[in-house]
Design a protein around this ligand. Sequence first.
Ligand code: 5GP
Ligand code: ZN
Length: 140
Amino acid sequence: MKDTNCIFCKIAAGDIPSNTIYEDEEFRVILDLAPASKGHALILPKEHCADIYEIDAEVAGRAMKLAKKLAMHMTDVLGCEGFNILQNNHEVAGQTVFHFHMHLIPRYKNAKNNDILMWTHETFSEEEMAEIRDSLQYRQ
Ligand code: 5GP
Ligand code: ZN
């Protein structure tokens, strides 16, 4: 299903031009319009889904597999020293385009904005940590 109001649906379908570095039946990978670093790319599933809550687990798995392959390839070509794979969900988490996408962000030692992906820390007491741990116990 495509969402006719969704810009990434249109880009993924090729209806809006993009700097595409990879395409198959399921995904298109494009350069980000406002890159955090040289080579910053986005993996877009062609099928519309808003976020991690909506995406089919198998599709998400294949997207991560593709991210692994592209990280190897992009590091090889760009000579970057590190790599972030990032995926935002909902506005509060920084999502601005509501079509699932994975950011592939090459990182370079002396880049001017190397602090962009850092965060400050919150502190929880030992009791709070135990409560959080207990509440998050998960079994498949
Ligand atoms: P989010 O903040 O939702 O995780 O990431 C959205 C990303 O999409 C941003 O990094 C933004 O620069 C990028 N972006 C937004 N619109 C376009 C577009 O039309 N074309 C491309 N190539 N990237 C876009
Ligand atoms: Zn879409």
